[in-house]
Design a protein around this ligand. Structure first.
Ligand SMILES: Cc1cc2nc3c(=O)[nH]c(=O)nc-3n(C[C@H](O)[C@H](O)[C@H](O)COP(=O)(O)OP(=O)(O)OC[C@H]3O[C@@H](n4cnc5c(N)ncnc54)[C@H](O)[C@@H]3O)c2cc1C
Ligand code: FES
Length: 244
């Protein structure tokens, strides 16, 4: 983990309330896809945890939805503004668990961490089928970006205005040897029930410190109490106390 100042290079709307922000700064602490950053915002007590969507030696891309005062504040930041961030938090996805064919399933703002994940899986020579679920057509983002990586992409919308009508689980009709997912909890539970291989889930929990010190993000698992910010946010299917 590393704390530092990260300069806003770009902050633009992808949809009506989802924004893409590119930050420049030291990225050495990032170990892999699925990790997150924790952002201090002027005038707010708690930092805001946001997944890393993409990164290179000098930049971090995040995608966030405006849901409250903190993310609204973020959406108004302009280029040059410096944000105090904790970087390289959490465990991230394990790409070695997938041998050949990955199924990657994202819903809404659960989609971002799956971008860097898909990029890594493809760089390791694996084939990647991606299912991205949204409520409606004007909420869809990153379809082209996933296609440009070389993924086979299916979009689902609940109202059927774009892609396959229904939920992400309506589009699971391919073969795969391992899956990775991130999204709202009802979607994750539906994916848990609809998949027949092992896989990994990225979970969200309200956080205090974000680096394992306060136990504010505790989760009961088959292996005892885990901290979502430290032992997670990614958990293997087998350890979750969910039911099919
Ligand atoms: C590991 C992790 C990764 C995340 N990645 C993303 C992402 O890539 N894109 C994205 O849009 N959102 C992501 N979230 C959710 C994001 O943290 C919240 O939407 C954001 O903190 C809301 O802040 P707010 O001030 O706008 O909302 P408010 O509701 O005003 O926030 C009040 C408090 O609740 C916390 N909070 C509110 N919603 C959530 C939530 N869903 N999860 C955790 N804490 C929450 C806030 O951090 C804050 O401390 C992630 C959450 C976690 C835990
Ligand atoms: S948020 Fe403090 S231990 Fe996870």
């Amino acid at each position: 983990m590393q704390q530092g100042l990260y300069k806003v290079l770009l902050n633009e709307a992808l949809t009506q309330n989802v924004f893409k922000m590119i930050l420049s700064g030291d990225t050495k602490a990032i170990k892999g896809p699925g990790q997150f950053i924790n952002i201090k915002l002027e005038g707010f007590f708690l930092r805001r945890p946001i997944s890393i969507c993409d990164y290179d030696e000098k930049t971090i891309t995040i995608i966030y939805k405006v849901v409250g005062a903190g993310t609204l504040f973020m959406s108004k930041l302009t280029s040059g503004y410096e944000l105090d961030c904790l970087v390289g938090l959490g465990n991230g996805y394990d790409t070695t668990s997938c041998k050949q064919k990955a199924l990657v399933i994202g819903g809404g703002v659960g989609v971002p961490p799956l971008f860097a994940l898909s990029k890594k899986l493809i760089s390791e020579g694996k084939s990647v089928d991606v299912i991205l679920g949204f409520n409606t057509e004007n909420e869809v983002f990153y379809e082209r970006e996933f296609k440009e990586l070389g993924c086979c992409v299916k979009i689902t919308t609940v109202d059927g205005s774009y892609g396959i009508k229904g939920f992400v689980t309506n589009a699971i009709d391919c073969s795969y040897d391992y899956f990775y997912t991130c999204g709202p909890e009802p979607m994750l539970k539906a994916v848990y029930g609809a998949t027949n291989t092992s896989g990994e889930f990225s979970l969200e929990e309200r956080m205090g410190c974000g680096f394992g010190a306060c136990m504010g993000c505790s989760l009961q698992t088959k292996e005892g109490t885990k901290r979502v910010c430290k032992e997670g946010p990614v958990f293997k299917k087998e350890v979750l106390l969910w039911e099919k």
